[in-house]
Write a protein that binds this ligand. Structure first.
Ligand code: PLP
Length: 370
């Protein structure tokens, strides 16, 4: 059994009656034929499709989700000495990009139900140095942007959504990536919408920011060899764009399929007495980038499942403020919810092609150890 089965997807039949695998091959061959490996026509086509899908005014495809975050912060002029409010419970990228720009991540504990930043605790850390708020929409559901945006408006702060795990989900009827000043996502292979390498995108409705993001992702280039700003090499590869274009027609159905699998897990797990199933806010839909529960004896359960051939994962065993690269374990008692979650969360296999039989087997196997 795979934790995320990427091969099963290749066998799927697209709405046009063709196998995904074949369309991917054709799309790759097309790129080899036209030879425009950097910013070929597939990149523009992808940006158009993603823009229309989310309803964002602008989409700029990037080399990765991390680059999308970095570029977003650069476009907002985040630099030395600035503070960016963010969550302690995420993948390293979220804080890494803040530190890389010489700014400081200021962490706010999570809501233990959704695992996303707790909006009620943001105001107390806003200072004169605060330049942005960077919430993550973890495991596939958006953070509480209604609340976060109210605060941001009060203090005139831009908000960046790290939507690496939530592309395709919704909050209050709007798509993730369009919920704040800038939304960023990732097309890392195991994300809900993944390519076969690295890729990502920035979304915004702001004209000036869109132009800035585009420029920064291309070495700050105004016209050929005229660089009016410092930028990075942050473009998506044409080949990755071509692969995403092939996969896109499956995406909506895949979201539904993930949601169905989540419902099945919910029911089966409740039956065996596990109540720590994912809590999805009434305002949200989730794309279940992860299906994550909480358990007391995580190590034991993981090794028991591993012996039976069931892969599991922990997202994330260490909170960001405790990462050596970000300062290391500090004496703090401020992130109790994130710390507690980091010790208890367990992600089960989740992908659009997970069979009910496998789910049955996974839950039965868990029931035998708890
Ligand atoms: C995957 C991920 C990223 C980074 O995306 P890459 O495309 O791997 O650079 C950033 N933030 C979160 C929350 C992620 O899950």
């Amino acid at each position: 059994m795979e934790f995320i089965d990427l091969k099963a997807q290749q066998e799927q039949i697209l709405p046009n009656g063709r196998k995904l695998k074949e369309v991917i091959s054709d799309n790759i061959q097309n790129v080899l034929d036209h030879g425009r490996y950097i910013l070929g026509p597939e990149v523009e086509e992808l940006e158009l499709i993603l823009k229309n899908f989310t309803g964002a005014k602008y989409c700029i495809a990037t080399a990765s989700g991390t680059d999308a975050l970095l570029i977003a912060l650069m476009a907002l002029n985040i630099s030395n000495g600035d503070e960016v409010i963010t969550t302690p419970f995420s993948f390293i990228s979220t804080s890494e990009v803040i530190e890389l720009l010489g700014a400081k991540p200021v962490f706010v504990d999570i809501d233990p139900n959704t695992y996303n930043i707790n909006p009620n605790k943001i105001e107390e850390v806003i200072s004169t140095k605060t330049k942005a708020i960077l919430p993550v929409s973890l495991y596939g559901q958006p953070a509480n942007f209604i609340e976060i945006n109210l605060l941001a408006k009060k203090y005139n702060l831009p908000v960046i959504e790290d939507a690496a795990q939530s592309f395709g989900s919704t909050h209050n009827g709007k798509f993730s990536c369009t919920l704040s000043t800038i939304g960023t996502t990732s097309f890392f292979p195991s994300k809900p919408f993944g390519c076969y390498g690295d890729g990502g995108a920035c979304f915004t409705n702001n004209n000036d920011l869109a132009a800035k993001i585009r420029k920064i992702s291309r070495h700050g280039q105004e016209e050929r060899y005229i660089h009016s700003d410092l930028g990075i090499n942050g473009r998506i590869d044409t080949l990755q764009a071509a692969i995403l274009l092939a996969k896109f027609p499956l995406f909506k159905q895949e979201i539904i399929s993930r949601q169905n699998s989540a419902e099945i897990y919910n029911k089966k797990l409740k039956k065996i007495g596990i109540n720590s199933i994912p809590t999805i806010s009434q305002l949200n839909t989730s794309v279940y980038a992860q299906y994550t529960i909480q358990v007391d004896n995580r190590k034991e359960i993981q090794s028991h499942l591993k012996k039976l051939g069931i892969p599991t994962a922990v997202h994330y065993p260490t909170i960001l403020p405790d990462q050596p690269a970000l300062g290391g374990p500090q004496v703090h008692c401020k992130f109790t919810e994130a710390t507690r979650a980091s010790k208890r969360v367990l992600s089960l296999p989740m992908h659009p092609y997970l069979s009910q039989d496998n789910q049955e087997f996974i839950v039965n196997s868990i029931s035998k150890i708890i």
